[in-house]
Design a protein around this ligand. Structure first.
Ligand SMILES: CC(C)(COP(=O)(O)OP(=O)(O)OC[C@H]1O[C@@H](n2cnc3c(N)ncnc32)[C@H](O)[C@@H]1OP(=O)(O)O)[C@@H](O)C(=O)NCCC(=O)NCCS
Length: 265
């Protein structure tokens, strides 16, 4: 038996083991082989990728199309996938042509590894335009990772996130746009919450935070103006209300409240 064939069979065995190791519902290798659509999609992909890499036209795409029909998982034959890859459930997974996936990566149903730009896409032909997932990455249900970005080793992408920028290794990213919320020590595995006190320190656009920030600034401005007024009984109530509103906004956006020097309480 040729060395390549032996290596190929070992890869298939590792794919089965990945399901057994990472799917709590898996009972036996035999059951896994018969009933895991993610495994079927990966195995079919491994065949179509070999054909694609050897320059065989059309057939690899036809095979991928068949796999999509049978499993609901679409993997372009050009995608490069490492060992121990596990797709749980799988329906709706899309993996683009220039995606690269390291070893022991797990993804769940509804994940897209797609392109970012949707205009002048023909100019992108032949260029790297899909994400790279390094070893040990987990991309959970429904997450979208867009563009030629890199998700670092053992990073976790939270359910429903949309990620368009590189993700540091050993972190958890959640939300739209994706934001780092947890960092893990690579040696001890100890997790540390990333301080949310200064959300703007993360260099990602967030329209909702932007609106809250504008409101916050407005409240600060009103607070300044009220505090400059002469303090009659009515204005004291107003001062108290504005003060409460200011404190709530400060907590919401995670920045220290700006005191006007007039404590309403
Ligand atoms: C991301 C995830 C894996 C948890 O990873 P983790 O590193 O353990 O992160 P934590 O649980 O410490 O969460 C950190 C913070 O992010 C928040 N968070 C977690 N996942 C989130 C998500 N998908 N969207 C928005 N916020 C999320 C948590 O609420 C927490 O914030 P809080 O402390 O203010 O409440 C998990 O939340 C997730 O998304 N699981 C989906 C798994 C899946 O695909 N299941 C389907 C199987 S069929």
């Amino acid at each position: 038996m040729g060395r390549n064939l032996r290596r190929f069979l070992r890869t298939l065995r590792e794919d089965v083991q990945a399901v057994i190791d990472r799917d709590p519902a898996a009972r036996s290798g035999f059951e896994v082989i018969l009933t895991t659509p993610g495994l079927h999609a990966i195995w079919i992909h491994r065949v179509s990728h070999v054909l694609f890499s050897n320059g065989i036209p059309i057939l690899p795409r036809l095979i991928a199309h068949f796999a999509r029909f049978v499993t609901g998982i679409e993997i372009h034959p050009g995608a490069r996938i490492g060992r121990g890859f596990f797709i749980d459930h799988g329906m709706g997974v899309v993996i683009g042509e220039t995606a690269e996936i390291g070893n022991n990566v797990t993804i769940y149903q509804g994940v897209t590894l797609g392109i970012y730009h949707t205009s002048n896409v023909t100019q992108l032909r032949g260029t790297k335009r899909h994400p790279t997932l390094r070893d040990g990455v987990t991309v959970t249900v429904g997450a979208k990772i867009l563009g030629a970005i890199t998700v670092g080793e053992h990073a976790i992408v939270g359910a429903g996130s949309v990620v368009t920028k590189d993700v540091p290794a050993h972190t958890t990213v959640v939300g739209i746009p994706g934001r780092v919320v947890v960092e893990r020590d690579p040696t001890t595995g100890l997790a540390r919450r990333v301080d949310r006190a200064s959300p703007w320190s993360v260099d990602l656009p967030d329209p909702i935070l932007e609106v809250i920030r504008c409101l916050h600034e407005k409240v600060m401005e009103l607070d300044e103006r009220i505090s400059a007024l002469d303090g009659g009984a009515g204005s004291q109530d107003l001062v108290r209300e504005i003060g409460d509103l200011r404190d709530q906004m400060s907590r919401l956006v995670g920045v220290p409240g700006h005191s006007s020097g007039l404590d309403p309480r």
